[in-house]
Design a protein around this ligand. Structure first.
Ligand code: ATP
Ligand code: MG
Length: 394
């Protein structure tokens, strides 16, 4: 693709930039001096975008550019370039709600689908930390507080209804939502060709697609995700979208964000703790405790905000908060179940399970993740507390 430039030297058409062009781009935007030595290193470890660390003589930054498809899959998985705008806008929304909880956005170029952010090094990506057991003690609690604050402050309990609907419309994100709809709710339950797993568990995966009771429950969860605009959700709040450090926890990679059900983000986060615990038995009880810490931080924070900061008069009605928290809890379990199953057998797998070299052990753990996922989906309305799940983790 040719780089078309207008008179100010600003690109007026999308083009994917090479590493040399990135150096020119960041200098042109004033991040570095013309004569400065600047190096560019690709650090993409996800599936979707191109991410680079750009290092000058005195500072570094993170440069992320989208291509109109998923980087590791190619043009057979087209994706909207607009995801970069959503990513940057949502980081800014989160920063307004909880200052310092996300990397600072330094530049958004909507035409070029580029976002430049603060470099969070030397913080560690949460997933890597969970696998190595190096996450900070505050990690899980911080994520619970983050989820409670971000959903409360973008919900109708707090925001002016006009403002909320406008924010919802501006972050519509249909293309990324569709990817979640397919990858989380459809493919794992359809015996889809993109699924992968050990050959000996083929029947287990086939049975998921034949289990009509399970598929009915997944259908309900999917429909709720598609239609219920409770609040701004991150929508991909797995441990690989969070940095962990001793004195702070940072949320990033908000390109899937949209308005969705309250319980969705906590479901994803807790599922990733469970996934890690089942994938590394030495951590299983710790991860279960982490899930409790996160959930109770979430409910405490949400309840406190409800009491002290609600703008919606109905929040004074007796019984409303407990009714709502019951619904969030059941949804959280259901979405955790879907996330567990898709991380176990779907296209977006992680090292939590796959680091195990022994095939038999790895498969047994994968099967257990699928079993737990099914249980959470099917029993979400009957499970009264997270503590009831303890026997899965000892
Ligand atoms: N602000 C940052 N500071 C330091 N490192 C970062 C930052 N943003 C991203 N990274 C690094 O780059 C990697 C890829 O970034 P990111 O997850 O945002 O990309 P992605 O292509 O959207 O991934 P995915 O396929 O998971 O959506 C991260 O795992 C992290 O290691
Ligand atoms: Mg991403």
């Amino acid at each position: 693709m040719n780089l078309l430039k207008n008179q100010e030297g600003v690109n007026d058409k999308y083009a994917f930039l090479s590493e040399d062009e990135i150096v020119k781009y960041v200098k042109k935007h004033g991040f570095f001096l013309e004569q400065e030595q600047v190096s560019v290193t690709e650090i993409s470890d996800g599936k979707i975008n191109h991410v680079y660390r750009v290092v000058g003589e005195h500072k570094s930054l993170i440069y992320k550019q989208a291509v109109p498809y998923a980087r590791t899959v190619g043009e057979t998985m087209p994706l909207p370039l607009d995801r970069v705008r959503v990513e940057a806008k949502v980081l800014q929304e989160y920063d307004k709600i909880l200052p310092g909880s996300v990397p600072q956005v330094l530049l958004l170029d909507e035409v070029m689908a580029i976002v430049v952010t603060e470099d969070m090094a030397p913080m560690e990506v949460g997933r890597v930390a969970l696998i190595n057991g190096t996450e900070s003690v505050r990690f899980s609690e911080d994520v619970g507080v983050f989820s409670a604050k971000t959903i409360f402050y973008t919900s109708d309990f707090y925001l002016d209804p006009m403002v909320k609907k406008e924010l919802n419309a501006s972050l519509n994100n249909p293309g990324m939502r569709r990817l979640t709809e397919e990858l989380v709710f459809d493919c794992p339950f359809n015996f889809h060709e993109s699924n992968f797993f050990e050959e000996d568990m083929k029947n287990d995966v086939l049975f998921l697609s034949r289990d009509q009771k399970l598929r009915l429950e997944v259908a309900k969860l999917k429909h709720k995700f598609m239609t219920k605009a409770d609040a701004l959700i991150h929508s991909d709040l797995h441990s690989g979208a969070i940095f962990t450090g001793e004195d702070k926890t940072i949320i990033f990679d908000t390109e899937f964000a949209c308005f969705g059900p309250f319980g969705f983000d906590m479901g994803h986060f807790i599922a990733n703790l469970f996934l890690n615990g089942i994938g590394s038995p030495e951590f299983q009880s710790k991860r279960f405790q982490n899930a409790l810490e996160s959930w109770y931080a979430f409910t405490d924070t949400f309840s406190q905000l409800w009491r002290n900061e609600s703008a919606e008069p109905y929040t004074q009605i007796d019984g409303y908060i407990s009714n709502l928290l019951d619904e969030i809890f059941a949804d959280m379990l259901g979405y955790a179940g879907c996330e567990l199953i898709r991380r176990a057998i779907g296209i977006a797998q992680t090292d939590d399970l796959n680091h195990e070299k022994d095939e038999q052990k790895r498969m047994n753990r994968r099967k257990r993740v699928v079993e737990l996922g099914k249980y959470l989906i099917m029993e979400r309305n009957n499970i009264r507390s997270l503590e009831e799940l303890e026997n899965w983790f000892n």
